[in-house]
Design a protein around this ligand. Sequence first.
Ligand code: HMG
Ligand code: MG
Length: 298
Amino acid sequence: QLPERVKIVEVGPRDGLQNEAAPVPVEVKLGLIERLEKAGVSVIEAGSFVSPKWVPQMASSAELFQQIDQKPGVSYPMLVPNLKGLESALSVGVKEIAIFAAASESFTQKNINCSIEDSIARYSDVMVQAKQHGLLVRGYVSCVLGCPYEGEIAPERVADVARSLYELGCYEISLGDTVGVGTPAKAQQMIDAVTKCVPVENLAAHFHDTYGQALANLFAVLQRGVSIIDSSVSGLGGCPYAKGASGNVATEDVLYMLNGLGIQTGLDMERLLQAGDFISRYLQREPASKVARALSAA
Ligand code: HMG
Ligand code: MG
């Protein structure tokens, strides 16, 4: 049974841009965020408070956040890896953060320089303080359909980490196919394992499109009742700690599919295409969105 409505979480400004080698100026990021708001996106992941040595592109996140002309009804979550990141977030008035764990030990080590167990302990401290300040906290699990270092990941391991984040108090758990290696039946098996611990309405699908499987995988998990999708306009992005990872599934392509299925999103295709066109022109790159390409050729 497909959901009637899907919430789109636009991760382009963070996941999409974090991997760009040349710094994207704050004004350009603000221009992108403004266009995404106009397209009707209600959640825009705007940046991250991580080490600028690890991810230089996100170094301007505090400055960026302070300059966002926040619209009512729109939330702007920011990634936070530890207490230091939380401090930075609080100092600029962030209302929602996302903590990020993974189902793979090696990926966790490469991405945040600690073990899975230590990461959960760290996030537990972050959660206590975040709750004291009334923040909403989203949780990520990476490598849910495979790891760039370890290969196959058992669905039960994904479920364990998802359960830990849910028990810490994350209101939503986003399941990341970080390297885009998943296929539809595997995606369903993974969701079946995770829904034993976390209600399906609290799960988001965060699929990268490296192997061209993201839309198929999304359709597969929609059939399992998942109703929150992370995507990035123009298919921007990749992960700096996952070699070869391409961008998230393109928001335009997700919207085209959902529109075709009669599933509501509140997004406007025309304006979304304008947002994609804006950032693609800045980056001097063809959009990775098939829909954007088809419509610009038409
Ligand atoms: P570490 O080196 O173990 O940290 O890195 P540390 O505590 O030992 O500190 C070392 C230095 O970093 C110190 O500075 C700290 O002050 C600084 P120094 O004394 O050397 O000058 N530092 C910080 N600076 C700014 N903000 C902070 C912060 N913390 C420490 N929050 C750390 C550990 C977690 C910081 C590092 O590994 C890191 O920043 N990792 C982030 C990696 C990242 O951003 N990855 C991409 C996001 S995840 C993703 O894309 C996947 C996702 O999309 C889902 C999916 O697709 O699967 C979410
Ligand atoms: Mg990602």
